[in-house]
Design a protein around this ligand. Sequence first.
Ligand SMILES: Cc1cc2nc3c(=O)[nH]c(=O)nc-3n(C[C@H](O)[C@H](O)[C@H](O)COP(=O)(O)OP(=O)(O)OC[C@H]3O[C@@H](n4cnc5c(N)ncnc54)[C@H](O)[C@@H]3O)c2cc1C
Length: 264
Amino acid sequence: MTTSSNPYLTKPRVYLLGRQAIVQEELARFLNDEGLTFTTDTPVAAEMLNEIAGRICYLSFGKGRKSNQEYLENILSSKHGSVLEHAVWNLLITGVSRSLTHELVRHRAGFGYSQLSQRYVDESDARYVVPPLYQENEALRRQWEQTIEYLRKAYADLAEATTQYVQQKFPAMAPRDRRKWARQAARSILPNACETKIFVTGNSRAWRHFLELRGSPHADMEIRLLAVEICRVLKRESPNIFADIELVDEPDGAPSIRVLHSKV
Ligand SMILES: Cc1cc2nc3c(=O)[nH]c(=O)nc-3n(C[C@H](O)[C@H](O)[C@H](O)COP(=O)(O)OP(=O)(O)OC[C@H]3O[C@@H](n4cnc5c(N)ncnc54)[C@H](O)[C@@H]3O)c2cc1C
């Protein structure tokens, strides 16, 4: 775990690690085999893949709506959402709390997750995510930090004592397993604010649903601000798939996400 002079984090980081590419030769081979012609005006592979998936349904290559934006707008407004499952982005997210990821992984359909393990990774030097409300109030933040400092020390002491106990109980156990046994027990006292890192792969239908639910003013503020950050990334990635999704400033002082075509 990274040791940092400031163990307190105030913002999530979103790293866009993966996006799709079109295999042009295979697309050309398909069109040739079927005697079809197809061109589209988008340079974005995700948008093109969703359009191709939609056009397969009606075998409408070379017919109907001309621009990709127009095509996908019709998919969104007619709620032909399964078409949107063909575009995928891979995001690595850091600087978020375990309470945030507990909410994030409730999103099942169309998502895959890989998350830092508190059994394999020593959390003695873990960083902690300051809830947005405590970022704006010095007295509450101080009280929060004191509590975290107490818990940080309590975890390190307990992990050390537990490691010794496991060593006595299972002297033949491999050191790696001993550490895992100790951490899996000691982690029970780590607070929700403990920082975690999570690799998330989601398709465009799933991301849209996540943005709608978690970008809402009713969502927890930490996950709402993460949703806003992801929204910025995905709108840059695909202006057409996320065209009807916008950021607005709310009276509570933070941005939220509005979706025209709800739950496609
Ligand atoms: C503001 C807010 C407050 C919340 N409060 C609570 C709370 O107090 N307690 C709590 O437990 N959770 C709470 N949740 C979590 C919420 O209940 C959902 O678990 C979470 O938002 C994931 O939504 P989802 O199931 O629609 O998403 P996904 O799991 O990604 O599913 C997407 C869609 O696929 C379909 N689907 C997925 N799985 C199934 C299935 N098994 N059967 C049929 N259809 C399926 C549904 O249409 C679903 O909407 C809250 C969420 C929000 C946004």
